[in-house]
Design a binder for this molecule. Structure first.
Ligand code: ME8
Length: 516
């Protein structure tokens, strides 16, 4: 079987996060998922651009800063730094971190605006209607939701206020047909299918022109040639994806990374990415991203995360308690990428103990301790392979092909399950072959079995690197695999016999809940 031929270049983005509060598990989740995809493509030999950042303008950020008695820039500096720290704590391998208050970004947003305006898609008018600051979204009358007390809120439940101000408009209504054709011609443009249907039906209902500037506050990118207006925060924010590739400088070395392969986010902001963003780009005559993937929403112990409930999960605290890679693994394993999920401590503990400590940790420990004890820690030759050995090795050999196809579909959880099938098979193999019993009866066969196991674990650890980079780094070191032998293509070459392996150490401790 031939490995899926993935393009040799891969550009992936996360949303840029609002700096109106500390990063929580939701932000970490999107960052980790995108990181898994970015790392997978890098190990597959592709040139990757992975973009993330912070969204620092707009009324919401301004109001939060004012409430804290801080200057918005000073406040944004502080919170943006905490997002960067979160990404460091979660081992997120971003190549570009965009802050919308940076000059390079303001330049890109202005250039995009000028292009859209020059092409005749922006006009001056006045907006009168509802605005939700929490969502940073204009809410039309027919979207308002009536609460039992007779007041109205946004579909998200966020409060709305009446706004009346001069505003520039983007001729979104002209783009309905082109957008519908985009979705029809490219069935994979929006994934997964739930958000795709929602977006299609939203666009089919007809599009109104979109207000793209505000005049009632100042915290934003000034509109070119009209400093009374600042850009609507979403026009500004979406432009960050172009900032990352050096726009408007088409000779920038990063320009080759556009169009993006995938913008990753949660479903609540799919509309901005699947409707407004492609329309802005069409209006500017810029290539469209190849796809948008909107994953689901995390709750905590069955409840929506909120400051008032005091249940906002800090990813750093969880990583400190369970181990970073156990947290990354759990988040990617617990729910098929795309679906909604619930964070439960019980489930986190079970997965850590069963899948990491028992399945993977024990497999590695049992194998390597026998190599250390019975073979002096020296990697044996590949012996004559029995049918059982061949079947086991074939499973590992197929992993890169199967997983590449799954990762291409963003089926991150399926890809993990594929590795676990091999781990479970290796555990049955070790029980069936019982190398410890062969020590006295057939030491040569014992060495052959241990070599098959080492090679299986090498394949497993290589393919798990995108998910658990730090632990797999240690596991590959324990297996005597050198740095340049860790990409997917290197799996086609056997590690030469005779290498002395370091003393094995347990990598996945069992989690024991302290008695309250
Ligand atoms: O929307 N479950 O920023 P934001 C899953 N600045 N993912 C979650 C989550 C949860 N409970 N909570 C947050 C914005 N996320 C804009 C984006 S992009 C040009 C501008 C993640 O700080 C998820 O990725 O509100 C979601 O889409 C994003 O954080 C929203 O982050």
């Amino acid at each position: 079987m031939k490995r899926v031929d993935m393009t040799r270049r891969f550009t992936i983005t996360t949303p840029i996060f609002y700096v109106n509060g500390a990063p929580h598990i939701g932000h970490a989740y999107t960052s980790i998922a995108a990181d898994v995809l970015a790392r997978f493509h890098r190990l597959n030999g592709e040139e990757v651009l992975f973009v993330s950042g912070t969204d620092e303008h707009g009324q919401k950020v301004e109001q939060t800063a004012v409430a804290k008695g801080m200057d918005p820039q000073a406040y944004a500096d502080e919170v943006s730094a905490s997002f960067r720290q979160m990404q460091k704590d979660m081992a997120i391998s971003t190549d570009e971190f965009i802050r919308t208050t940076e000059e390079r970004h303001k330049g890109a947003a202005k250039a995009l605006w000028e292009k859209v305006a020059a092409n005749g898609h922006i006009y001056l008018g006045a907006y009168e209607g509802w605005y939700s600051t929490r969502d940073e979204a204009f809410i039309s009358e027919d979207e308002l939701v009536k609460k039992p007390d007779g007041t109205f809120v946004a579909p998200s439940g966020a409060p709305v206020e009446r706004v009346k101000e001069p505003s520039y408009f983007f001729r979104l209504s002209n783009f309905q047909d082109r957008l519908l054709k985009l979705y029809e011609d490219n069935p994979d443009f929006i994934g997964p299918v739930g958000p795709r249907r929602e977006i299609e039906s939203f666009v089919r209902q007809g599009l109104r022109d979109l207000s793209v500037s505000r005049t009632s506050f100042k915290w934003g990118v000034p509109v070119p040639n009209d400093p009374d207006h600042v850009m609507y925060v979403w026009f500004d924010a979406l432009a960050n994806y172009l900032t990352a590739v050096g726009y408007p400088d088409l000779n920038d070395p990063r320009a080759k990374f556009w169009p993006a392969d995938v913008h990753v986010m949660a479903k609540e902001i799919a509309r901005f990415h699947c409707v407004y963003w492609p329309a802005f780009l069409m209006a500017a005559g810029i290539d469209l991203p190849k796809s948008v993937f909107a994953h689901g929403w995390w709750t905590v112990e069955g409840e929506k995360m909120s400051k008032s409930l005091g249940n906002v999960l800090d990813p750093k605290a969880l990583a400190d308690e369970f181990g970073l890679d156990a947290l990354r693994f759990f988040l990617m394993r617990e729910v098929p990428f795309g679906g909604d999920s619930n964070f439960s401590r019980r489930s986190m503990i079970t997965r850590t103990n069963v899948e990491l400590a028992n399945d993977l940790g024990n497999l590695c420990q049992r194998t390597l301790s026998q190599v250390a004890r019975n073979l002096g820690g020296v990697l044996p030759e590949r012996g004559t392979l029995t049918e059982d050995d061949q079947a086991m090795l074939a499973m590992v050999t197929l992993l890169p092909t199967i997983m590449s196809e799954q990762i291409e579909r963003k089926a991150i959880t399926d890809a993990l399950e594929e590795v676990w099938k091999v781990i479970r098979a290796a555990n049955s193999y070790i029980d069936r072959q019982a190398p410890w019993a062969l020590k006295k009866t057939d030491p040569e066969r014992m060495a052959d079995v241990l070599r098959v196991l080492v090679d299986m674990i090498r394949g497993i650890a290589t393919m798990l690197q995108p998910f658990m980079p730090n632990t797999m780094d240690k596991m590959l070191t324990q297996l005597g695999v050198q740095d340049d032998e860790r990409n997917f293509a290197a799996l086609e070459t056997l590690i030469p016999a005779g290498r002395t392996l370091p003393k094995p150490e347990g990598l996945f401790p069992r989690f024991v809940e302290e008695e309250a």
